[in-house]
Ligand binder design. Structure first.
Ligand code: C2O
Ligand code: CU
Ligand code: CU
Length: 493
């Protein structure tokens, strides 16, 4: 047995021993907000399959570090088919990382050297893209480095200091990202800072995803050439079953007075979420690339595809009460293909108060420095025009370089959305700071790797190409659009 195989067996054993994130339970929950939503959903095929869900939110397993040295994290991860129960009483054939949905979390510290020994046990080529991480080109898992079926690949990178935050990983094969993410390939990455300014408190990971099912529990993807395929081409493939960590409407326990830290990831291929908890002000403390300088209070938090948020939730509810964690409507669509029920509020989870009062914590007014990238240092201003499926009039060509930049250069990118629907714009490898939206300066600084560009709006951001030469993708993160070629290549050299 090779060393790699031995490690893989050990890791599978570890996964089996950890709490399975995906065991359907049929325990009924009467008169809950979930039940009302279930009734409202009953018209849709996926909803007909759903029984009331009352499972407590489970965190995915954490990848086990096999390396003896404290600052190297070595993990083993396989992509492989698995049959799991996503809907009560039904089984679904999925592709998984490590046999679970979502896949196991990569939980590391700033400064860690990370080695991921990956094996592709799928019947097709794939990659693992470490979304939002700053790493060498050959560790990016972009379409330039496909791993064939039965193949192995080692992703090795060092997590830079100052990048603590919430990220995720997903496949990125040319043309097949919608299919593979939809089949279940996604997992979280958490990067922790030694000098994290937030006090210890209950931390929760919430990976949001959606999917579309046939009556028998199998996944539904549109047949090419059908009306549904044409709608998905526009909107991206949205599903009417909404999952948090692979669970439908799980219960999130909280104690009265307690403050919890939530890391929320929009891992949907196309659905945009507007997360709110009625009666609760959300304290937004961070986004894609980690904490802000100062917390921002919000009614709701908009998360376009692939965006992440760190949020403090203060338990202001009464002992024994419940409140829905909502996904409120957000119109990102073109009028012609806007779904009929786009303006419905959906339930993501139920926040349930215990009876024992929790420990309140003081949260700091200042979080950390986010050093500004300065416009006067920029050596170029690039204009990228987005239309429906193209960037600057072109679709993706692996053999073409669309933009070239010098290693170490600072640039301003102006992303103009020319069409009547939103496109979330993502750049690989390098985080950026939004400067303005439609000429309005950004209200505060934060590190981003994706920015939603609403219909007919313009966003300017600033980026510095430090460290890693190579070919880096930029694309719309509605993964159907990416698959259709709404993507280009930046060569940093
Ligand atoms: Cu989430 Cu090209 O990436
Ligand atoms: Cu990416
Ligand atoms: Cu798009």
């Amino acid at each position: 047995m090779s060393a790699l195989a031995t490690l893989a067996v050990a890791s599978q054993a570890a996964l089996v021993a950890s709490p399975a994130p995906l065991v359907a339970s049929a325990s009924p929950m009467a008169a809950s907000p979930a039940a009302a939503t279930q009734a409202a959903l009953a018209a849709s095929p996926a909803a007909a399959l759903q029984a009331p869900a009352a499972d407590t939110l489970r965190a995915p397993p954490v990848l086990q570090d096999r390396h003896p040295s404290p600052d190297t994290v070595e993990v083993v991860l396989a992509a492989r088919p698995a049959r799991l129960s996503l809907l009560p009483g039904k089984e679904t054939d999925l592709y998984t990382y490590g046999g679970t949905f979502p896949g196991p979390t990569l939980d590391v510290d700033e400064g860690d050297h990370v080695i991921v020994r990956f094996r592709n046990e799928l019947p097709e080529a794939t990659t693992i893209h470490w979304h939002g991480l700053h790493l060498p080109f050959d560790a990016d898992g972009s379409p330039f480095h496909p791993v064939p079926p039965g193949g192995e690949y080692t992703y090795a990178f060092t997590v830079p200091v100052g990048t603590a935050g919430t990220y995720w990983y997903h496949p990125h094969p040319m043309h097949d990202t919608t299919w593979q993410i939809g089949k279940g390939l996604l997992g979280a990455v958490i990067v922790r800072a030694e000098d994290d300014p937030l006090p210890d408190m209950t931390e929760r990971l919430l990976i949001l995803s959606d999917n579309r099912f046939h009556e028998d529990g199998s996944l539904s993807f549109p047949e090419p050439g059908t009306r549904q395929a044409r709608i998905d081409e526009q909107n991206g493939r949205e599903g009417d079953a909404l999952f948090v960590n692979g669970q439908i409407e799980p219960v999130i326990p909280i104690a009265p007075g307690e403050v919890q830290r939530w890391r929320v990831i929009n891992a949907s291929g196309a659905r945009v979420y507007r997360v709110a908890v009625p009666g609760h002000t959300l304290i937004h403390v961070g986004s894609d690339g980690g904490l802000f300088e100062i917390p921002v209070e919000r009614e709701d938090i908009l998360l376009a595809n692939t965006e992440r948020a760190e949020v403090l939730v203060r338990g202001v509810g009464e002992s024994g009460s419940e409140v829905a964690v909502e996904d409120r409507p957000y119109d990102r669509y073109r009028p012609l293909t806007r779904p009929r029920d786009w303006d419905r509020t959906r339930t993501l989870a139920t926040l349930r108060y215990g009876t024992e009062p929790g420990q309140g914590v003081e949260t700091p007014d200042r979080l950390r420095e986010v050093p500004a990238l300065r416009e006067e240092d920029a050596s170029a201003v690039r204009v990228l025009r987005l239309d429906q499926g193209r960037i600057n009039g072109q679709t993706m060509d692996m053999g073409r370089v669309d933009l070239r930049a010098e290693l170490g250069a600072t640039e301003v990118w102006e992303i103009r959305n020319l069409v009547g629907m939103d496109h979330p714009f993502h750049l690989h490898g390098f985080r950026f700071q939004v400067l303005s939206r439609n000429g309005e300066p950004a209200p505060y600084r934060s590190w981003k790797d994706t920015v939603n560009v609403p219909a007919r709006e313009t966003v300017r951001f600033i980026v510095r190409f430090d460290d890693y030469p190579g070919k880096w993708m930029f694309h719309c993160h509605i993964v159907d659009h990416e698959d259709m070629g709404m993507m280009g290549v930046l060569e940093v050299g």
